[in-house]
Design a protein around this ligand. Structure first.
Ligand SMILES: [Zn+2]
Length: 317
């Protein structure tokens, strides 16, 4: 695999995205290094068309995804599934016009409000080459889930039932191949993020996903892995919960609690400043906020920058 430099806003060149075949006709599209706005996608080749799972953050990265699909098959993309509304997974939807765009009904609602990327969302980041993005929200929506068929292979698209990473997370589960596209419920190598969802809800969902016993997990960010990724994320979120409980009891702010943590078992994860955003969510839940309740995300971004030494957050989109 060559290490062609992709256009991005800061830092050293990243490795080129790569396609991995996980089972017959079942692919992951992995974008190193999985940091902010550098997401994973997937695609399923059916006998007569292609089902794509998530688009990418920028015009250029979504063109790369389309090229990767074309390198595998000449069949057209008939369906695009969004695992959640976050703009790194949906900004490129417009490049799949003509396909049926499928997602949870709240994913559509959130995209109509916040997507494609808006300046207040990219504010914490350095200039990112987003390209010419256009709105393209899902137009086939579901409440609890919907089943797609890749030929005779069953693909279960399921809302996870509670706010977790966001308020609208879905998974794509392919029982026949034991492959799970987990969206951003799973980060592999990067710090998980629950500030826009729920810490308690995330823990419940992650335990449920572990019970599925998938052979292969495609995380929303980071390398393809197995179900051990759920142990990693659960361990991290339990750490956040403990830190929040002691910090809250001691009257420390989320930023002070994050700084108090010092060296800890998860401090090598990419984009570690998310710790303070997660603490904001944990504090809200300690104070009785229900899962997914709105919190001040401007404060979480401000504190992430503070925890990052006052610098804009690292983004290689
Ligand atoms: Zn996300």
């Amino acid at each position: 695999m060559s290490a062609r430099a992709l256009p991005h806003s800061s830092g050293p060149p990243l490795d080129e995205p790569r396609t991995e075949e996980l089972a017959s006709g079942v692919y992951a599209y992995i974008q190193p290094d999985g940091g902010w706005f550098v997401n994973n996608c997937g695609f399923l080749v059916t006998p007569d068309s292609v089902i794509v799972i998530d688009s990418a953050a920028t015009e250029a990265r979504t063109r790369g995804l389309r090229s990767a699909v074309s390198a595998v098959t000449g069949l057209p993309v008939s369906t695009l599934v969004n695992t959640h509304w976050h703009t790194d997974h949906t900004n490129g939807n417009y490049q799949f016009r003509g396909a049926t765009i499928v997602a949870h009904e709240r994913t559509r609602e959130m995209m109509l409000r916040y997507a494609p990327t808006t300046p207040d969302l990219d504010g914490p980041f350095p200039a990112v080459p987003w390209g010419a993005l256009e709105p393209a929200p899902p137009f086939l929506t579901y409440g609890r889930g919907v089943t797609l068929w890749a030929g005779d292979v069953r693909c279960e698209v399921r809302w996870v039932g509670t706010p977790a990473h966001t308020t609208d997370d879905s998974i794509v589960w392919i029982p026949e191949h034991s492959v799970l596209y987990a969206g951003d419920l799973a980060f592999n190598g990067g710090a998980p993020l629950v500030s826009a969802g729920s810490l308690a809800g995330s823990l419940k969902v992650l335990r449920d996903l572990r019970e599925l016993r998938p052979r292969t997990v495609v995380p929303g960010h980071g390398d393809v892995c197995g179900p051990e990724v759920f142990d990693l994320v659960i361990g991290y979120l339990e750490f956040v919960g403990d830190l929040a409980a002691s910090g809250h009891r001691a009257g420390r702010t989320p930023l002070e609690a994050a700084r108090d943590a010092g060296a800890h078992p998860f401090d090598q994860l990419l984009d570690g400043e998310r710790l303070v955003a997660n603490l904001h969510r944990a504090y809200a839940e300690i104070e009785g906020a229900p899962p997914g309740a709105e919190i001040d995300l401007t404060a979480t971004r401000r504190d992430m920058i503070a925890l990052n030494g006052g610098r804009p957050l690292r983004c290689h989109a």
